[in-house]
Design a binder for this molecule. Structure first.
Ligand code: HEC
Length: 173
């Protein structure tokens, strides 16, 4: 085959272009994204999760909560998330920079939890809800959770907050 080298060069070029487009561009745009203060000189956001919440994240992953819950608030023009009270502003990439795994979720069967910490019930009520949801509430019961895992999961859910001003998504004054 006369043009084999040309063909291979073409294949290489296509793979290289896709790789550059997908990986390198994303890395250049977002790779160095860090925390930022909501106002000059203020504390940095997103805040670090307390240790118990980090353990709770593992429980959340383990129990597959991502199968029904998302953690991403869409902008006002792209859905009714903000009108439904899921968040006070859209989610932006910077919100996730501290997370080792970003749990955006697979499907939204239950409410979005990106800003759940801002509207959470008390610790005891939340633990009771997860262990045994009231009759008529379509939620799987997690009655088998030990007190330690339940406390960690509650701490994780309460740590979920996207209610601070971010350079890409300022809160309306
Ligand atoms: C089978 C789908 C499903 C799974 C799995 C699931 N949820 Fe839910 N979740 C729902 C639905 C539906 C609701 C809304 C229930 C209602 O109020 O009627 C909900 C509500 C909630 C709420 C209250 C949200 C709010 O805005 O008031 C929290 C918190 C919650 N779920 C946490 C969890 C956690 C933590 C897990 C994993 C341990 C989990 N869910 C697993 C479907 C699910």
């Amino acid at each position: 085959m006369k043009n084999l080298n040309l063909l291979l060069a073409g294949v290489f070029f296509c793979v290289a272009a896709v790789w550059t487009g997908l990986l390198v561009t994303a890395q250049v745009q977002l790779g160095s994204l860090g925390r930022a203060p909501a106002e000059e000189g203020g504390p940095l956001f997103p805040a670090r999760e307390p240790g118990l919440a980090i353990q709770g994240r593992a429980v959340y992953l383990d129990l597959g909560c991502v199968a029904c819950h998302t953690q991403q608030v869409r902008p006002a023009g792209q859905g009714s998330d903000i009108a439904r009270g899921y968040g006070v502003r859209p989610s932006v990439a910077r919100d996730y920079v501290l997370q080792p795994q970003v749990l955006l979720g697979q499907r939204r069967v239950g409410p979005d939890l990106a800003n759940y910490g801002a509207r959470a019930k008390s610790d005891a009520e939340l633990a009771a809800f997860l262990a045994a949801p009231a009759a008529g509430v379509s939620h799987p019961p997690y009655a088998f959770l030990t007190a330690e895992r339940s406390a960690a999961l509650v701490a994780y859910l309460k740590s979920l907050r996207q209610d601070y001003s971010s350079p890409e998504a300022k809160l309306k004054q």
